[in-house]
Design a protein around this ligand. Sequence first.
Ligand code: ADP
Ligand code: ZN
Length: 207
Amino acid sequence: MKVVLLGAPGSGKGTQAGFISEKLNIPHISTGDIFRENMKKKTPLGLKVKSLMDSGNLCPDDLTVELIKERLNHDDCKNGYLLDGFPRNLHQAKALDGFCPPDKVLNLDVDFERIERRITGRRSCYECGGTYHVDFITDPNKCPLCGGELFTRKDDTSETVKTRLKVYQTQTEPLIGYYSEQNKLVTVDGNAEISDVERNVLEALGI
Ligand code: ADP
Ligand code: ZN
């Protein structure tokens, strides 16, 4: 199955993605993770997008589309894909329809007040890439999974979160209408606990 995950920053896309990709045996492809990986390694791509990402703005469309187009050619995509963070605007959605359109689009719907709290409490692991909320782990500096050191993403500060939410509302939210017209959209309430959201996701995707 080819699945696109839609949802505001902090809506829990990454968390649900891990679970869905395992269930369906499809790769979890996160453009944000790919960009961050490139920034960490200081590749030409990473250096190019750093200031845009750090300020909460989108990376250039042509570059992002090429990246995904290339990634979807890999062998592990033969069963489909789970895209997290792409497409992020209409231009990207139309581009994707041109080379590998999704079967379903899962929209994780979360109230905006909840989002700010979730994002500013988010911590990521340097070692395994896991993400957690400080309220749910015993040591805010240590990964509960692998013991690695946790850090706060540079774009997870409250000022940048405002920009990201605005970018989401103006550029990404129109995709809800776009995919709904194609009859591909399923919406799940993302305000509940992780396990409840998981159950509703399974049901929405019919898996
Ligand atoms: P979140 O969903 O929590 O905002 P992501 O990890 O998906 O975080 O994205 C982080 C940043 O990466 C975005 O703010 C943007 O700068 C860049 N980015 C990710 N995906 C795309 C995309 N499809 N197009 C342009 N920029 C992107
Ligand atoms: Zn870890």
